[in-house]
Design a protein around this ligand. Structure first.
Ligand code: NAD
Ligand code: NA
Length: 395
């Protein structure tokens, strides 16, 4: 069938298999062009199908020749319905990895569940023996805690008082004011349950208990801080509480890995257009101003550039630089004083009329459509595409 983008609110209901494949190939080419990284050889990526997780899988495989197991939650295609982009990305990744002679298998299911953890442990045991790097890159609005059976939903709300600021509908370009009422205690607990460190710790404990972590194994999860502009709704809001918890969990995991000399890290990454971040109010406007400023300064990066720099200059550098809280920072360019000062100035000037000139709304939209495999160079979108992509190594 001929596949076109079909939007509903912040999401796109369709995705293009050829475009997703092209996205993956572009990221692979980028990593190959940068030369090898002395990194891990057996890697588990939890949240491996899109965004930072996919970039981490590609960097491991094509930068360090690593065998990878990917865990994700995606929908395969059905009669007349396309798969989710993460499904096509993973199919493309696996086929490229296999062509390059690299081991790659995936498990499609709920990473929060005991069943998917069990399946993953068994696969590692059978095929790899142990892993030496575990990337934790889940972004989800909901988690059923397997210990309690309770389903928690995360929310994006400020804490303490109502937050009012500008926001943009990036489809129409309309700038308006949004007010978000403060969270209650339950909202905070729920968000920490979903996006905090509990599940990360459960994964590492399960792996360690079955001796599936190699000596000196490393695990890393991704966090965000961001500017003062979004602080009340992001870092000091409900999601920020979850990130505080995730960051604290790195220390308890490191303690638990003492006997094998393992370490847990959190890396603070740059704000980027992903399916998760486009759903956060105010953030898309911030990102469109940020992109404009960073592109003008020649320091713009996407997921693959960020993760390449994380691996090359931090994780597998001679010494791992961290901030005063023990976090790796690859949001260093985003947070530069000159960058933030310019964004803050543009923010005040932003209206529906000024935004097309002072912000990179085009870049935002383009990146958003790219996530679903649209608007990529080299793809004939008028041609029939076979949406029924099957891959044997995805369970
Ligand atoms: P994403 O939406 O692109 O990726 C999420 C991944 O999690 C996908 O592979 C998805 O399949 C998987 N997933 C979701 N629910 C799952 C479940 N129940 N079981 C198994 N897999 C599941 O998100 P992203 O933006 O790459 O975010 C990854 C991490 O990076 C998050 O912790 C996020 O907070 C952090 N981060 C994001 C940004 C940003 O601007 N996007 C910036 C800094 C840090
Ligand atoms: Na991810």
């Amino acid at each position: 069938m001929i596949i076109e983008p079909r939007m509903r609110g912040f999401i796109c209901l369709t995705s293009h298999p050829k475009g997703c494949e092209q996205n993956v190939k572009n990221q692979i080419e980028y990593i190959k062009s940068k030369g090898p990284i002395e990194g891990a050889k057996k890697v588990l990526v939890i949240g491996a199908s899109t965004g930072f997780g996919l970039a981490s899988r590609i960097t491991s495989a094509f930068g360090s020749d690593a065998a990878t197991i990917g865990v994700f939650f995606e929908k395969p295609s059905a009669e007349g319905k396309t798969a989710t982009p993460g499904w096509y990305n993973s199919a493309a990744f696996e086929s490229e990895a296999h062509k390059a002679g690299l081991y790659a298998k995936s498990i499609n299911g709920d990473a929060f569940s005991n069943e998917v953890k069990r399946e993953t442990l068994d696969l590692i045991k059978a095929d790899l023996g142990q892993v030496d790097l575990v990337i934790y890159s889940l972004a989800s609005p909901v988690r059923t805690n397997p210990k309690t059976g309770v389903t928690h939903r995360s929310v994006l709300k400020p804490i303490g008082q109502t937050y009012t600021n500008k926001t943009v509908d990036f489809h129409t370009g309309k700038v308006s004011e949004v007010s978000i009422a403060p969270a209650n205690e339950e909202d905070i607990v729920n968000t920490v349950e979903v996006m905090g460190g509990d599940d990360w710790a459960m994964w590492i404990e399960a792996l360690k208990n079955e001796n599936l972590l190699a000596d000196g194994a490393t695990t890393i999860a991704y966090s965000y801080i961001g500017p003062e502009l979004t602080e009340a709704v992001y870092r000091k809001g409900t999601i920020g509480r979850a990130k505080d918890d995730l960051e604290a969990t790195a220390f308890t995991i490191t303690d638990s890995l003492k006997s094998i000399g393992g370490r847990a890290y959190v890396s603070v990454n740059k704000a980027l257009v992903t399916q998760s971040s486009s759903a956060i109010p105010v953030v898309p406007l911030y990102i469109s101003l940020l992109y404009k400023v960073m592109k003008e300064k020649g320091i713009h990066e996407g997921c693959i550039e960020q993760i390449h720099r994380l691996f090359k200059d931090r994780l597998y550098a001679e010494t791992i630089l961290t901030d005063e809280k023990g976090r790796i920072r690859i949001d260093d360019w985003e947070m530069r004083e000159d960058v933030q000062a310019e964004v803050a100035k543009l923010w005040l000037e932003t209206t529906t009329e000024t935004l097309p000139a002072i912000g990179d709304l085009e870049g935002y939209r383009n990146d958003f459509l790219n996530l679903f495999g649209f608007e990529l160079g080299g793809i004939d979108y008028k041609a029939e595409a076979n949406e029924m992509v099957q891959v044997e190594s995805i369970k």
